[in-house]
Design a protein around this ligand. Structure first.
Ligand code: HEC
Length: 138
């Protein structure tokens, strides 16, 4: 095969990949697709002092840069995002179920990465849910 042909194939494959990625992002920004089963999923990790401390450590490492240290959506990276990160202190947010928050952390959406691979232990992501509960406005 001539190198020109090869280059053309590589370029078209690259364009196809970019196109599919772009479409994926667009589809994600339309909603979290929370099902009743997700909402009803029970948190298997008790809200102990230890789990909240574990959750805090993971939160500060993986989430704080966007969501901010108090979960107000004002992390240092927040201004670089085209969508708001939400406000974990709000009663509206705190009214969502543990299962829903766990799902959101695991799945990610748009600019927010999926943490299923980044934090592979389910219990780590549940511990973050327990920590996020402590961020509710007092
Ligand atoms: C790169 C920035 C970024 C990082 C890092 C990030 N998020 Fe997010 N997060 C977002 C954005 C942006 C949204 C809003 C997405 C949307 O609605 O399109 C969001 C939404 C959420 C929501 C839903 C908020 C709501 O109001 O419904 C939860 C819960 C959440 N993130 C938890 C986390 C947790 C926990 C971590 C760390 C494990 C994390 N995020 C890491 C950017 C980030």
């Amino acid at each position: 095969m001539k190198s020109n042909q090869l280059r053309l194939i590589v370029i078209s494959m690259g364009m196809f990949l970019l196109f599919s990625l772009g479409n994926g992002l667009q589809a994600q920004t339309t909603g979290w697709n929370i099902t009743p089963a997700i909402k009803a999923t029970k948190n298997p990790v008790p809200t102990s002092k230890e789990s909240k401390a574990d959750g805090k450590e993971l939160y500060n490492k993986h989430c704080k840069s966007c969501h901010g240290s108090a979960g107000l959506g004002d992390g240092t990276r927040a201004s670089t995002l085209d969508v708001a990160c939400g406000d974990f202190s709000s009663s509206k947010f705190q009214a969502t179920t543990d299962g829903e928050i766990f799902f959101q952390i695991s799945a990610g959406k748009g600019k927010m990465p999926s943490f299923k691979r980044l934090i592979p232990e389910d219990n780590g992501r549940w511990a973050i849910v327990n920590y996020i509960r402590t961020l509710a406005a007092k």
